[in-house]
Design a protein around this ligand. Structure first.
Ligand code: HPA
Length: 243
């Protein structure tokens, strides 16, 4: 019997998984705070769902307790995490409505609790993880194999938020090699690696990043794309979960 157990972390536009059955809400106590999850089944598979911003959505990206969330998933015997993110598109192929599975990330966030192992507590001694490939390749591939028209290979620029960026900030990110920009990619990915959880992202481009279209960015525009795109996202999650 497989010991694989999948968690899905939902971001903006995905605060609950409608296909989940036998749903139970749980509050998980961790050394880093409390996490709120739902457990349930996707077809016959046990799944944990975690709404990163809460349900309803109320936590700003820099206020999310990433450490409690990731630790709670470990406590629930999760082995694999698929994280869903709404992002802005920087490079040409990253148009609104496009989905991608990033393979690299650049962290521009600051002031977030970003490690379990900073050495201040002897229970969690200092640890330097390898982060050459920040996402688990086999999990990325599983999503790509169970979807159509999802782009492989992209660099995620993780910004602090909650504001969106200026044109010059986006130009800098583009020069750095970022294809997409979002606010929740870090420290989530690194925390998962710190405690040996497989982790990959499915990112939905919901707007052209600042300066990448003639118009200003509006929440109306973002929510329009989110509503349509999350249907596709849920299909991919289901196919990947039962694979
Ligand atoms: N920038 C940062 N985060 C985002 C964006 C953006 O343009 N769109 C959705 N999340």
């Amino acid at each position: 019997m497989s010991t694989k157990k999948l968690a899905i972390i939902g971001g903006t536009g995905l605060t609950q998984l409608n296909q989940l059955t036998n749903v139970q809400s749980e509050q998980v106590d961790t050394p880093f705070g409390i996490a709120h999850v739902q457990t349930g089944k996707l077809q016959n598979n046990d799944i944990v769902f975690l709404a990163r911003h809460g349900h309803p959505h109320k936590l700003a990206p820099h206020k999310v307790n990433y450490r409690a969330n990731i630790w709670a998933l470990k406590q629930l015997n999760v082995t694999d995490i698929i994280a869903v993110n709404a992002v802005g598109g920087i490079t040409k192929k990253m148009q609104a409505g496009v989905l991608c599975v990033p393979d690299q990330i650049i962290d521009y966030t600051y002031g977030r609790e970003h490690t379990f192992f900073d050495g201040t507590d002897e229970t969690y001694p200092l640890k330097h993880i390898d982060f050459t490939y920040p996402y688990t390749q086999s999990l990325r591939q599983l999503m790509l194999d169970h979807s159509n028209n999802v782009l492989d290979f992209s660099v995620y620029g993780a910004t602090q938020g909650p504001r969106l960026e200026s044109i010059s900030e986006i130009n800098k990110l583009e020069k750095d090699g970022c294809d997409i920009v979002g606010m929740t990619g870090m420290p989530e990915a690194a925390l998962a690696r710190e405690i040996d959880l497989n982790y990959a992202c499915l990112s939905l481009i919901v707007n052209p990043a600042a300066g990448k279209s003639a118009e200003l960015i509006t929440m109306e525009q973002i929510y329009q794309v989110l509503n349509d795109g999350m249907q596709t996202v849920c299909g991919i999650l289901e196919q990947t979960a039962i694979a």
